[in-house]
Design a protein around this ligand. Structure first.
Ligand SMILES: Cc1ncc(COP(=O)(O)O)c(C=O)c1O
Length: 386
């Protein structure tokens, strides 16, 4: 091969800032986020917008700004890195990191003004050391494990732990917990967790500490359990316009914030009896128009949807034909007219038809959270309502 000069790229690959040549994009409607925040806000309770995992795939900074504009006063993230990203973008609102700061992250997290969750003696010791070095006095959110057994401290340890936090010179801004089954609306376990939480709060009060905030509710509890609203609700999936469980669909007027579209790249007539895609697992019963769409499992369109899901083209549903490949999938359009350049809705609506994350989730054996979080970084996000 000759080592001649490489052509200079004149256009960038797709990126969140600028879509590339490939017409596969996720459009995020920030007005929908604002609407959902206002719709889900509960009387007497502040709103924490949970924007971890890049805003459930929607874009953390953009969603955080929209949620704050709509009245949220707190942000919630899973990682210190996620909180620092929000700060780097100029966001000054309080940010709770929903698990303890990992060892070594304390100084940077405190310097960024992130609010710590706390539930172990080891993390308390590290936090006290970092706070001393930086001469700051963070107000911590002590997490009580009332039954999910993910992170948190046992309710019966809450009073002693809070006393230790105070004795170490830190403030206790909040006590909080997280529900394991709030999406199962009639399940009494949420009441059990709330009871255990109230017991821990009472113990802490008897020890002389009354934190400013108590919080427990995620979206499902915000929608269905008024007793769990307390001082603040932590809203994740709902602000993206998705009901946490099918039973809560329609209970609030939520607007899906993400639509995921592509365009038909190629169209061909294929004879009856031919198979489509890897493994030839879709057989045409009759001659059909098969459209190729440049979106695949590397974009987050799960391979398990092969031969199961549908997409929208020209306002009509058509089945995904055969195996979803890494970058492309095929659609059986029968005898319907379809041309290269036609819009394909993977998630979203055309005319009267709509494909929601819940539909893909049910077909894939998962929850809608995973569908939107799974739309990969390769898919440029385009924002409306910014
Ligand atoms: C601790 C915590 N609080 C709140 C939420 C928000 O939950 P949802 O998205 O169901 O509203 C999450 C998300 O998983 C979480 O982990």
């Amino acid at each position: 091969m000759s080592a001649g000069p490489r052509p200079t790229p004149t256009r960038r690959q797709g990126s969140p800032a600028r879509p590339g040549w490939r017409p596969t994009t996720a459009t995020v409607d920030l007005d929908a986020v604002r609407h959902n925040v206002r719709t889900l806000a509960q009387p007497g309770a502040a709103v924490m917008a949970v924007v971890k995992a890049d805003g459930y795939g929607h874009g953390d900074v953009q969603v955080a700004r929209a949620a704050l504009e709509a009245g949220a006063t707190w942000l919630g993230v899973a990682l210190v890195e996620e909180g620092v990203r929000l700060r780097d973008a100029g966001i000054g609102a309080p940010i709770l990191v929903l698990s303890e700061f990992p060892p070594g992250a304390e100084r940077e997290a405190l310097a960024a003004g992130l609010t710590p969750s706390l539930y172990t003696d080891a993390a308390l010791a590290r936090l006290v050391a970092a706070a001393g070095d930086l001469r700051v006095r963070p107000g911590v959110h002590v997490k009580v494990d009332t039954g999910m057994h993910r992170v948190g401290l046992a309710p019966e340890r809450a009073a002693a732990f809070v006393a230790a936090v105070v004795a170490a010179g830190l403030g206790v801004e909040a006590l909080w917990t997280h529900f394991a089954k709030s999406d199962e609306l009639d399940d009494p376990f949420t009441d059990v967790q709330l009871e255990r939480f109230r017991g821990a709060v009472a113990d802490v009060a008897r020890a002389g500490v009354r934190p400013r905030l108590l919080h427990a509710a995620n979206t499902a509890a915000a929608m269905a359990r008024p007793a769990a609203h307390l001082d603040l609700v932590r809203l994740g999936i709902g602000i993206y316009g998705i009901a946490p469980t099918p039973a809560l669909r329609g209970r609030f007027d939520l607007r899906p914030a993400m639509t995921w579209t592509s365009q038909v790249a190629m169209v061909k007539r294929v004879a009856a009896g031919e198979g489509i895609s890897y493994g030839l697992r879709y057989r045409l019963e009759r001659e059909s128009t098969v459209a190729t769409v440049p979106a695949g499992y590397a974009d987050g369109y799960a391979r398990v949807l092969s031969n199961r899901s549908q997409v929208l083209i020209r306002g009509r549903r058509h089945p995904v034909a055969g195996t979803v490949s890494m970058d492309q999938l095929m659609v059986d359009c029968g005898d319907d007219p379809v041309e290269p350049g036609d819009e394909v809705a993977l998630l979203g609506s055309q005319g009267d038809e709509r494909i929601e994350a819940a539909e893909l989730a049910a077909l894939a054996g998962t929850i809608p959270y995973e569908v939107v979080c799974g739309v990969s970084k390769r898919v440029p996000r385009v924002y409306v309502g910014e």
